[in-house]
Design a protein around this ligand. Sequence first.
Ligand code: FNR
Length: 231
Amino acid sequence: MSDHGFTEEQRAGLYRAIHERRDVRSQFLSDPIAPEVLARLLQAAHHAPSVGFMQPWDFIVIDRLDVKRAVKALYDEANAQAADNYSGERAEQYRRLKLEGIVESPINLCITCDRQRGGPHVLGRNTMLDTDLFSTCLAVQNLWLAARAEGIGVGWVSIVDPARLSETLRLPAQVYPLAYLCLGYVSEFLPKPELELAGWRSRLPLEQLLHANTWDGSIDNDALRKAISET
Ligand SMILES: Cc1cc2c(cc1C)N(C[C@H](O)[C@H](O)[C@H](O)COP(=O)(O)O)c1[nH]c(=O)[nH]c(=O)c1N2
């Protein structure tokens, strides 16, 4: 066994951030986020892996109420359309869900992906062109976990038309508004995803997602399944 692991306490902290991270919409407080705290979150995002070390992200920090309101209007329009995808009780349930905290969160942050950064040939991106988008998602996740450790909630709002969001934020044509995030301290972190607590959808059992048809037997399938059920 190599000795490169973290101490038990450090590991526990990392897993705690992973398991207790939540998508926050309803619990934002108006307390400001200090610049040094926001700086730590942005550094965490900026240290994400990226294809060919492309670092395709930019960070648009938004606290202007007029911009927040403009994005909220985009959300309202897209969300009304989304509700039409459901019918009956499910539609009623959808309309009751709160799926954004744009105006009440003190900071909005758009993490964008510049699809041309690094020139036409980025190492590792020759066959999978969307790896720049994947990389930017990893920056989002780094920030989301770091925020949880800082006691700050993050909510991802994707129910907006991306072209109109780009227009609102005046993004250049090659820049995609990958994640529109709401950030702020919270009254509580819910113990489970809000969608699960609302009865919308539950977590799938990990065992059901594990496929062993490409194993040659060096991994003990039964032992792994048993370990998963005990974790
Ligand atoms: C790419 C992407 C896009 C969105 C989300 C997530 C991701 C990864 N989620 C949050 C999502 O609903 C949430 O992650 C799951 O319900 C699981 O809950 P926890 O994140 O574990 O609390 C999300 N939530 C929401 O209320 N409005 C939204 O528009 C979106 N959009």
